[in-house]
Design a protein around this ligand. Sequence first.
Ligand code: C2O
Ligand code: CU
Length: 495
Amino acid sequence: MRLDRRALLAGALAGAGAAALGARARTHGGGALPGRPARGATGQVVERRLVAAERDAAVLGPGRPTTRVWTYADAGEPGFPLIRARVGDRLDVTLENRLPEHTALHWHGVRVPNGQDGVPFLTQAPVQPGESFRYSFELPDPGTFFVHPHCNESGQSGRGLAAVLVVDGDEPPDLRPDLDLVLAVKDWRLAPDGAFLPLDTKEGAGKAGTFGTVRGVNGRAGPAASLVPTGGDLRLRLLNLDPTRVLELGIEEGDAIVLAVDGQAVRPFPLDSWRLGPAMRLDLLVRAPSRAGDALRVVDYGAAEPWTVATLTAEGPDVGRGPFEAKTLYAARVPRPEVATAERLSFAFGSGSGSSTPSAATGGLPPDDPLARALLDSLCTRDTSLWAINETSWPTGPNAALPPPLATLEAGRSYLFELVNTTAHAHPIHLHGHSFEVLSSTRQPGLPRHLADTVLLLPRDRVEIAFVAAPGDWMLHCHVLEHLEYGMMGYLRVA
Ligand code: C2O
Ligand code: CU
């Protein structure tokens, strides 16, 4: 059923003279997209204050016990606050830390100057309890991004610390959606009384990660529900903010085209379904039902049972958009690598040695205990090396010294990385500070060539990416939060 309807949509798009491609067909990013009018800094400054603090939130819903979450959300704000700016604006964000432990802000997917990247011990000192830190940089790219801490990430993000960053400026005049909707998927690990269950478990950490007990969207348990203009064009910004879960997203009772991956425009193609590992994003253009009261659904087919992420119900008079046509965003303005002459490097994502820090270091305290954390978090890792990159685990234990970089690159040069998954688990691999081109995947042969900041390696997958190196020390790690905390993390030095 689903496939038939999508085949029809592909036909319709071809008839419209657009770049219509089956979701499994290969396409090439760039080239055909309209260019974004060159405009540098806007001179506008978007100021925000994000207070990281423990707060009460009705995650489980009205009438249910509340949860002591850690958020940036002031009263009345959604659980994951939305920061919105235009490309070329300066973002001026002050982080105030009212948590009982240190934190920082990482701008996931944003090509920031290295000093703004928010990685404790690598690009800045940790922001201690009671301290503040001001981030200030110009936004180089439009798109859908997010913000998260980068130490005790399973604990801090797991308790709710995340914000969504939408940078406007990628829509040509003929693509003005009637509604722009953020759907940030994140599960919660809660007991029925609303209290957090352990967010980091040895069983989970050594496998696919520790899953939540309650599925959720936009900071609340359960699917999202929205009213949308009848017959209107909807821009859906889907984010996977879960520490662990790989989503496979599709649309039921409606048609969708893919506009962007990880915030960067692609040549549009009809959506069949798309895998979204932790930290990955997908921007869709979806046509709302043509009859008021009808609904379409965003569905995750990756779960054991398909799970409804959002129900979008049409209301009001028909917007009268006419046939649903492929529309394109402005082309991304990202330095393009010279693939033919790029230097090749290979990175194997595999298991670690399993070696532990002497238990005396934590005095036998459970890993979630604040004192054990203070002892062990000298480099934001746990006490055991379960995972590794090129057989090297990020150092664990107290007083660990910053390890040497995984590789030293030359700024401005093109690199082709071969990312090899030697394990039986999926790993969403993220490189800070860059948008790389995903060239190929042995396990995902239909994957269109596209820009991304995080690429999913399926079990035993071999993926090729290419990019132009930007100066700085940039983390390269798996975005299953326990995997990075148990060793699957390193950095590149670009000089
Ligand atoms: Cu969103 Cu180093 O990560
Ligand atoms: Cu992983």
